[in-house]
Design a protein. Structure first.
Length: 422
């Protein structure tokens, strides 16, 4: 489900839209947890057995799995230049790929805009982000495993022992579950950050909020934990939105699944440290789980090394080659009317797509990726015809026969997404 959803992110045409898609997917996954308290109410007050709920839930999960398989195309699909045509004739032989080699041939060539996989796996840009992601995810998973004990120790208990179904029982624990599912309400705020602020700013802000959440969990006042519920929902949405958007934007989507798998594996291994913290809380701190969050806070704070070093490296690299940092520039505020497509002297919006789309933005982006000296602003009319007229009168972007009297036709070649003037 994760892979299917984030493939949709790759189909968006530029960096800003990809970040919005990443946010939407992360918010959707978070909102899915609202199903749990609903199922609890159905079981507790509706008289529906857990066996029936699990049977229905499993059936839905199976259907979603089948859907995720069928909605993904076998072959490379031009999302920007053609409409998707559903084909459900899976009983026909032609629907399936002929050989395994035909499937492997789908993989695109490496893009010059992004580093090779071996370079990525040796870079601080990947492992630094992996460390940041692991530390923040550790906080969230450890929080979910200890919050019930923390609330119980602070006085959250059954107020009506005569009626176990009373809503007044364990009120803070119930509230925690609901707040966890309402993280999508932070989407407008996180969406603004994703489009308008740099990756460095977004990561720093997420670390600050995570640190505040971790420290508040050490405060022995149960009412303070309501603020923790709110911050936790924000931190989770920020973390996953930034993480998935960063991997695709920084390294491209060719190895997105692999890099995501590595970072998730590392984060899972780091999460095992929570077991030792729980042992400490039980046998050393006499059941005071709040004390363990001082260690968690230090871990969260240490992840500041990622945005700090990344920014310095990007600046040093940009000063060395005379260009501006890619990641920093990709967070530049875009012109709302024209849409600023420039990303660190390169166009990355159309990096992995084939297109025959005749829209002005697509032509401008692809031409700019070939010839950075091209000035899209000099084209006042954004129509397709005016753009072709500009191509015809300009020697930047293609060598044209000045004796031609007709507007040339534009087509696009293979995976390199180059522009060819016929």
């Amino acid at each position: 489900l994760h892979l299917t959803s984030f493939h949709v992110t790759n189909l968006q045409k530029d960096a800003a839209e990809k970040r919005k898609a990443s946010l939407a997917v992360s918010a959707g996954f978070g909102a899915g947890s609202l199903l749990l308290p609903v199922l609890q109410v159905i079981n507790q007050y509706g008289g529906v057995s857990l066996q029936t709920i699990c049977a229905v839930y499993s059936s839905v999960a199976i259907l979603l799995t089948i859907n995720s398989f069928f909605v993904q195309p076998w072959r490379a699909w031009n999302a920007l230049g053609s409409d998707a045509t559903p084909n459900f004739k899976f009983l026909h032989k032609s629907w399936w790929p002929n050989t395994v080699m035909e499937l492997t041939a789908i993989k695109r060539k490496n893009s010059a805009k992004f580093p090779q996989l071996n370079e990525v796996l040796r870079s601080f840009a990947f492992w630094g982000e992996c460390f940041w992601f692991s530390s923040q995810l550790f906080l969230l998973t450890y929080y979910l495993s200890t919050i019930n004990q923390i609330l119980f120790a602070l006085g959250d208990a059954s107020a009506n022992t005569a009626d176990v179904d009373s809503l007044y029982n364990n009120m803070f624990t119930r509230a925690c579950v609901f707040f966890n599912g309402f993280g999508w309400l932070w989407s407008p705020f996180v969406g603004y950050l994703m489009v308008r602020r740099s990756i460095y700013f977004r990561v720093y802000l997420e670390i600050i909020m995570a640190l505040a959440m971790s420290l508040m969990l050490t405060v022995p006042i149960i009412e303070v934990q309501v603020v923790v519920f709110l911050i936790q929902a924000l931190v989770r949405l920020q973390l996953f939105s930034n993480h998935f958007a960063y991997l695709g934007e920084r390294f491209g989507f060719r190895h997105f699944g692999l890099l995501n798998g590595i970072s998730s594996l590392v984060a899972g291994a780091v999460g095992l440290l929570g077991y030792f913290l729980q042992i400490y809380s039980l046998f050393v701190a006499n059941g005071n789980y709040g004390l363990s969050y001082f260690f968690v806070s230090g871990f969260v704070l240490s992840s500041c090394i990622f945005p700090f070093v990344l920014r310095r490296k990007d600046r040093a690299e940009s000063e060395g080659d005379g260009t501006e940092a890619l990641v920093d520039d990709s967070d530049r505020e875009r012109n709302e009317e024209g849409g600023d497509k420039e990303l660190g002297g390169k166009i990355t919006d159309h990096d992995d797509v084939l297109t025959t789309d005749s829209s002005y933005d697509v032509f401008v982006g692809l031409l700019y990726s070939i010839d950075p000296s091209y000035d899209a602003c000099s084209v006042k009319d954004s129509s397709y015809e005016a753009f072709l007229e500009y191509l015809y009168s300009s020697s930047r972007g293609a060598k044209l026969d000045q004796k031609e009297t007709t507007i040339p036709e534009i087509t696009f070649t293979d995976d390199e997404a180059q522009v060819e003037i016929i």
